[in-house]
Design a protein around this ligand. Sequence first.
Ligand code: THU
Length: 133
Amino acid sequence: MTDKELLQAAIQAREFSYSPYSNFRVGAALLGKSGKVYTGCNVENAAYTPTNCAERTAVFKAVSEGEREFSAIAVVGGKDTLSDMCAPCGVCRQVLAEFCTGDLKIIMGNMQNIKVCTLSQLLPHSFGKSDIN
Ligand code: THU
């Protein structure tokens, strides 16, 4: 699975975005170590705080289907057209850190512009299970 293929899957997932309040449409595609891809979109709510981001939708779908190890996630977002970069929010970074190692590849951007970084670059000095156990 190439970065562009995963990005394309995120672009497709964005089509299902339910975002009538912000009109900011986000799509994510999470690559499991099994090779399976789990997609997600943001799902907003009239009460605002129950809103779920695209990345967490993808993670929760995957974990609820038995997959817990991941190698990459692609994220795209924007109102009408895709932004040059839509980085995962802080809550999504923390949720990714629960299941992914610091070398998780995070692919952002659009088909013209691709930026790749790692989870540890986006969430340095993170708090995780090793801090509790
Ligand atoms: N959003 C995501 O889906 N992922 C992020 O990482 C950033 C924000 C969504 C939440 C909300 O539906 C909309 O984008 C505007 O914040």
